[in-house]
Design a protein around this ligand. Structure first.
Ligand SMILES: Cc1cc2nc3c(=O)[nH]c(=O)nc-3n(C[C@H](O)[C@H](O)[C@H](O)COP(=O)(O)OP(=O)(O)OC[C@H]3O[C@@H](n4cnc5c(N)ncnc54)[C@H](O)[C@@H]3O)c2cc1C
Length: 558
């Protein structure tokens, strides 16, 4: 490539994953441009809701309240007759599925990204990519011309048909299902109950989600109704709904009727050199259970601070690679679960359908199972650590709840409010406050908080280092106060890099290294340098509708 890249990170794709990632990078102080092929934000609303953990990670950066205002809380999911999963039983600020159309979620994230200073370039389709040891150059075309743009890192958040993935030679293995769901946003003359309702049987499944204002999102799939290019009509929808529900709910006023192919695929790698993948570009699965967008936002929140650390020059060795080691298993788990659910829900066997109903009803009549199911579906159980025996209840790698912290030197505060700027937070629960003092050597990378005890969730904990994505990096028990200073330093090294002031910002380093004294700031994207090493049609849309040497960070107990 020769010359220094023009910017730190280019995110390809302004879907929910790309926008969430751009917000994360910008919050961490990393310059970033989003390239999006579409001229305008999408009005398509594939995903219809945000689960509790997604709302929580959005709350970490202050994006959640706007989405609460736009959404509709639905607290029950009814996967079979006489069986309900109740999100209201969850211990979170968001004990519900926040039903909000994907297009609105994208609007909120786009506004947040713009407010944080992200440049979003529309009508910019990436069709060529070349990388070397110093950066990545993209070939970009618009309706009026073509240019090259370079960055230290590129993240492909460009959906199911990812050009970034293809141009990087990363395989996307898996299969396409024979069933092809119909999706409809309609009003109903005879509506079902206001829960997330799933009705299965006779080789078909119907899911209904109330948007409010009398509008319902319906998805219907049947084994005997494979993919076709024929447009969906209200008559076809009525017929399929009647077969599932046993009555015709009489749909009318459709704002969206579409037929989808669904896939189960995962990228062979989430990273090759300076190119990374996130969201649908990295994994695709059956929409049953509504997890895709949620998974993409969680990818973005996991990747954002790690990539920022790499770009800012303080990332411990292995931190960026931990994005794939942590996120791939989460995607694989969802792929397996949604595949099993899709197979079972659309089985033509009446006996299996009856058995499924009985098992669900029996299992979900038990409170513990209901809570477990709600916590799993909502993402609150997911984490990155090993489960263990003994020691504090909260383990490294687990989600840290939004605790209200009684501070020794200030008014109580919500933990998630302390995390808006994307830094690590160290909670020091010991009387001497030494751990909090030690963080000073890591400058602005860590926010120390001295906490008065008495928080049940932190029973047995003397020090807790919280990652910028709201998971526990390191937990120290109070059982062994000897050597605590050393343990705190080791944990900070391991997660936050070498102590000392934060390295110079990339822009400053590049300016020092390359610019003549009188040179001004970067002048936009049209550099005309470099050439793409490949090309991609890029014409598909999302899912088809037509520092220091250290061991790699891992979540560990103190
Ligand atoms: C029928 C259906 C129902 C669904 N329901 C749910 C649900 O209820 N809940 C849920 O969580 N998920 C659901 N999903 C999945 C969800 O819609 C996706 O997981 C989500 O959109 C993925 O977001 P993304 O940002 O990774 O990709 P996308 O939303 O696909 O965004 C990718 C962006 O990249 C742009 N782009 C593509 N190629 C290029 C290029 N070469 N250059 C520049 N830009 C490019 C595209 O224009 C697009 O804006 C559903 C999916 C389907 C199909």
């Amino acid at each position: 490539m020769g010359t220094a890249p023009e910017q730190s990170v280019i995110v390809v794709g302004a879907g929910p994953t790309g926008l969430a990632l751009a917000c994360e990078l910008a919050a961490a102080g990393v310059s970033c441009t989003v390239l999006e092929r579409r001229l305008k934000t999408s009005t398509q609303s594939r995903a219809m809701g945000l689960y509790s953990r997604t709302m929580e990670v959005l709350d970490l950066r202050g994006h959640a309240d706007a989405l609460v205002a736009l959404g509709r809380p639905v607290s029950r999911m009814v996967p079979a007759r006489d069986a309900a999963v109740d999100f209201a039983e969850l211990d979170t600020r968001f004990p519900y599925l926040n039903v909000v159309p994907q297009s609105r979620t994208e609007e909120v994230l786009q506004q947040r990204a713009l407010d944080l200073g992200v440049a979003i370039e529309r009508d910019a389709e990436v069709h060529g990519l070349e990388q070397d040891a110093s950066g990545v150059t993209l070939q970009v075309r618009t309706g009026t011309g073509e240019w090259a743009e370079s960055a230290d890192f590129v993240v492909g958040c460009d959906g199911a048909h990812s050009a970034v993935r293809e141009l990087s030679g990363i395989a996307f293995r898996g299969r396409t299902y024979e069933i092809a769901p119909i999706l409809a946003d309609v009003r109903l003359s005879k509506p079902p109950p206001d829960d997330v309702l799933m009705v299965t049987g006779n080789g078909g499944i119907m899911v209904s989600v109330p948007y409010g204002d009398g509008v319902y999102r319906l998805a219907v799939a049947r084994r005997d109704r494979p993919w076709t290019r024929e447009p969906v009509t209200l008559e076809e929808l009525s017929e399929l709904l009647t077969r599932s529900l046993g009555f015709d709910p009489q749909p009318y006023d459709p704002t969206w009727l579409a037929r989808f192919k669904i896939h189960q695929r995962i990228a062979d790698q989430y990273r090759t050199g300076r190119v990374l993948l996130a969201g649908d570009a990295a994994h695709l699965h059956s929409p049953l259970g509504g997890q895709g967008l949620n998974l993409g936002i969680q990818d973005a929140v996991n990747l954002g601070w790690k990539l920022a650390a790499e770009v800012q020059g303080w990332a411990p060795t292995g931190l960026l690679d931990s994005y794939e080691t942590e996120r791939r298993p989460q995607a694989e788990r969802i792929l397996r679960a949604t595949d099993r659910a899709t197979q079972l829900a659309t089985t033509p066997s009446a006996a299996l359908t009856a058995l499924r109903r009985t098992v669900f009803a029996k299992a979900l009549s038990r409170r513990r199972v209901r809570r477990f199911a709600a916590a799993s579906v909502s993402g609150l159980r997911a984490g990155y650590g090993r489960r263990g025996v003994g020691g504090p209840r909260l383990r490294a790698g687990q989600r840290v709840p939004d605790l209200t912290l009684p501070r020794t030197d200030d008014a109580p505060v919500r933990l998630y409010e302390l995390m808006r700027d994307g830094r690590f937070v160290l909670l020091d629960l010991a009387d001497d406050g030494r751990a909090a003092l030690l963080t000073q050597a890591w400058g602005s990378r860590v926010s120390p908080v001295r906490v008065d005890g008495g928080i049940p969730e932190l029973a047995g904990v003397s020090t807790l280092l919280v990652r910028p994505d709201g998971y526990a990096a390191w937990v120290d028990g109070e059982a062994d106060p000897g050597g605590r200073d050393e343990r705190v330093r080791t944990a900070l090294h391991r997660w936050c890099g070498v102590e000392g002031p934060a390295p110079a910002r990339r822009e400053d380093r590049v300016a020092e290294a390359t610019a003549p004294p009188e040179a001004g700031p970067r002048t936009g994207s049209a550099s005309g340098s470099g050439a793409g090493s490949g090309s991609a049609s890029g014409s598909g849309s999302g899912t088809e509708s037509e520092g220091e040497q250290q061991p790699a960070p891992s979540t560990e107990e103190g």
